[in-house]
Each structure stands twice: as C-alpha cells, then as structure tokens.
Design a protein around this ligand. Structure first.
Ligand code: PLP
Length: 437
C-alpha cells in the first residue's frame, strides 16, 4: 500500500498506474470513474448522471443494480459462495433449467462457462467431437471472443494478430448496404449469400466441415440484421451436407433484440447455442453452451474433454436465476421490443432526414446501428475523428454512446423506458448537430 498511499483513494490514478486494458495501446487513456448506477443510468464520480446507450459491452440488459439480482447474489453468497462443478447445486440446476427454457424444443442441457469466448470455444469443441470433422465456417463480419478458436472464428481485425488456431474458414454473410453480391434487394442478397455459402462448402469439402458458427444478428460487426429467410436457408444447406449449426447468442440473447433469443425471430433450430452477457447481465461473469439432445446424448457415453474450475459458479448461477425470473416477471423482453418498435426504430430513422451523414439505420429491440458516411452517394465511411467527436458531444449532453468504426451502436439496457429512449435520441440528435453531421 505504501507505494500508492498518495493515490489510494483515486480510482483513475490507480487505473493509469496499475491496470492493463483490453484492445488498446495503454498510453492514450483518459479513464472515467463510475460510482453507481440504476436502470439505464450511470452515476459518474464527478456527479454527472449519464443515460447509457451502450449497456457497456452490450451486456447489462437488466440495467444497473437491479434489486432482485443484487439480492439473488447476496442470498447465494450467504449460503455457499463457491463449490466445484462436479457437485449438484440448486442455483446451477435452476439456472440451466431457466436458460434452456428459452431455446427451441429439443434443448435440455447446458455446459456453463465463464463468458462468451469460452462458450464458443466449447461449442466448437463439441461440434468437432460430435462430427469427427475439423473445419469451422464463420462470417467475415463477426466477433466470437478473445480465446484460441473463438478469435480465429472471428472475422474482424482482432483475428489477425491472434490467428493461431487451425481449421477456420470465413465467408460473407448478408449486408445489403455494402453488398458483396451486387444485390439491390434483401431477397437478392439472401439468395446470393446462400449460393455463396454453398459454393464455399463445396470448395472446402463438405465432409471436412464440422459446423457453421454465426451470430444471429452480427453485433460488433455492425448490428447487421439478416434477411428474414437467411437462417432457414443456412439450416437447409447444413442439413444437406451433415454440417452442424452453432448460433452465437452471446450478444443477442435474453432480450437484446426484443425476443428472448434473436433466433426466435428467424424460425429455425440450430444444433448448439452459445450465450453469456444477457443471461445475468454480467452481475457475475457467466456464459454457456446449450446442447441439443442428439449432441448432449452423444456425450452420455463419450468423455467431454473440456472443463473449467468455475463452470456453473454458484454466485453467477444465483445471478442467472434472479435475472431470468425478474426479466419474466417484469416483462423486460416485451419492453425491449416496444422500445425498438415505438421509439428507437422510428426516431432513429427520422434522424436521417436532418442529418445527411447518416447512411443507414437498422436494428430491432434495443439493438440498433446508425451507420455514418462521409457522403450518401459513395457510402464512404465517416472518418474516425468525427465519430470520436460525436461520442464527446454526446457525453457533454449526458449521453453515453458506443461507436464501432463508422457506426453508432444504440444498445441501451432492455429496461430503458419509452420516455428515456426518446430523451436519449433527442440528445443524440443534438450531438450529431454539434459534430457537424
Ligand atoms: N460472441 C459475441 C457475439 C460477442 O459479442 C462477444 C463479446 O462481445 C463474445 C462472443 C465474447 O464474449 P466474452 O467477451 O464474454 O468472452
């Protein structure tokens, strides 16, 4: 303590001195301290109340300091803080039951992990063991987590310095605004993307492919809502070639899109579903893999060669049980749907009328992207300095904005009220004007 005595009560100074941060060079940091929060609001240490349009890493679906989740964790902490994964534990069993309840029929088992990356890691492992095949196909526009196979499955820049896992192949998924297939309608985009996928499978060799791993709405890559029939098409192709389908619901799961799972809106059943963030809103880290019955049964007689010290950690499980129950009791998923349908959808789209640098607005529920362009005709992405300025102007107006490349990702907690969402869009409107957009 003595070396840091002078800064012992200064979170930002301690952060700058001792905390090593993700996805950034360490020198250029301007840390902000958050001392509290409630619902969709954050309390900054300098006294400001900020409306959060990010949900942090798009994970705080239930909002900050939900009393039922805080209580659920406290009760479990008083009972038993930790116990190894081998024991039966009531919170763990209940959490698994509540989570698979949201999957399509035919899912009954959950393998718990610490977060989303290791959920995908184990989903991939299960698919490879079940099929006896090696390759995993995933989208160029995707993020699946920061561990061996998950980062190699990822499609964005973060894969490049981390790409050491073998057996990963990428393909293009639908993105009409920047179509790889010269499509002009969603139907064309969908058909051509499916034809492209089938060609990739044929050229790679169908019997070398264990699974196709896809986010049901690519999130970090741009909240790119796929055409309605895309996943049904993917499902048909995978069945034709005996390939498994893994759906990554880590960011989209548990309310984000206005559905319990985003796949609910696409009407298909994958073989494996990975999840994390929204299952307990990150009050205690947790993730997992839902296994459909054939895959789960395969491992009845075959050892699953994977495990984690904290698989199904009781505090995380207590948080899942409380969060799932509160989300149901308080109709939080319906609220997310309504916020998207009544406020974010129409009001964000209306911003395009007065802000010429908005290229496209897309999304659903509390999961929206405002794609910014230098010029609508060329669709050239808006420069990073202006994107930073939008965030800074938002902050001056008490609005926390998340930006990825040339997009503003509007992803407030699912508990945000219609009035708060409307208020947030008004602040965004002003921030865009102040940034000259
Ligand atoms: N999958 C998706 C779709 C994600 O958005 C993320 C994180 O943003 C992950 C996986 C990785 O999750 P985690 O950061 O909890 O490991």
């Amino acid at each position: 303590v003595s070396a840091d005595e002078a800064i012992w009560d200064d979170a930002c100074a301690l952060d700058l001195k001792h905390v090593f941060h993700s996805w950034q060079a360490q020198a250029d940091r301007h840390p902000v301290e958050v001392t509290g929060g409630h619902g969709a609001w954050l309390q900054y240490a300098d006294g400001r109340e900020m409306l959060d349009f990010t949900s942090q890493q798009v994970n705080v679906n239930i909002g900050y300091q939900h009393p039922k989740v805080v209580e659920g964790i406290a009760k479990q902490a008083a009972l038993l803080c930790t116990i190894g994964p081998d024991y039966a534990n009531l919170a763990r069993g209940r959490a698994a039951s509540l989570v698979v309840r949201r999957a399509p029929e035919g899912f009954n088992k959950v393998f718990f992990t610490n977060a989303g990356a290791d959920a995908n890691e184990n989903a991939i492992r299960a698919a490879r063991l079940f099929t006896g095949r090696d390759k995993i196909l995933s989208s160029y526009r995707s993020y699946h987590g920061n561990t061996g196979a998950a980062i190699s499955a990822t499609g964005d820049w973060r894969r490049k310095p981390n790409d050491y896992a073998r057996g990963h192949v990428h393909f293009f998924t639908p993105y009409l605004y920047r179509s790889e297939f010269s499509a002009t309608t969603q139907n064309e985009e969908c058909e051509r993307a499916l034809a492209h996928l089938e060609h990739v499978i044929q050229f790679e060799g169908p019997d070398t492919i264990a699974a196709i791993l896809l986010e049901s709405v690519p999130g970090t890559a741009g909240i790119i809502t796929p055409p309605k029939d895309y996943f049904k098409g993917v499902r048909e192709i995978t069945k034709k070639y005996g390939i498994l389908m893994i759906t990554d619901e880590v960011m989209t799961g548990f309310g984000r899109t206005g559905f319990w799972l985003a796949l609910d809106d696409y009407g298909y059943t994958p073989d494996i579903i990975s999840f994390a963030k929204g299952c307990n809103s990150g009050y205690v880290p947790a993730g997992g893999v839902m296994l459909s019955d054939p895959i789960a049964h395969y491992f009845d007689g075959v050892v699953f060669p994977g495990g984690l010290t904290y698989s199904g950690h009781p505090l995380a499980m207590g948080a899942i049980v409380a969060a799932q129950e509160a989300m149901e009791e308080e109709h939080i998923v319906d609220n997310a749907y309504n916020v998207g349908h009544d406020i974010l959808g129409p009001k964000l789209s209306a911003l395009s009328e007065t802000h010429p640098k908005i290229g496209e607005v897309r999304g659903k529920g509390v999961f929206w992207a405002v794609e910014m362009v230098a010029d609508r005709a060329s669709r050239e992405p808006l420069d990073g300095a202006t994107m930073k300025q939008i965030v800074a102007e938002g902050a001056k107006l008490g609005l926390v904005l998340g930006v990825h490349d040339n997009r503003i990702h509007v992803t407030p907690p699912c508990v945000i009220t219609l009035d708060e969402a409307s208020d947030g869009v008004e602040r965004l409107d002003k921030a865009l004007t102040a940034a000259g957009c």
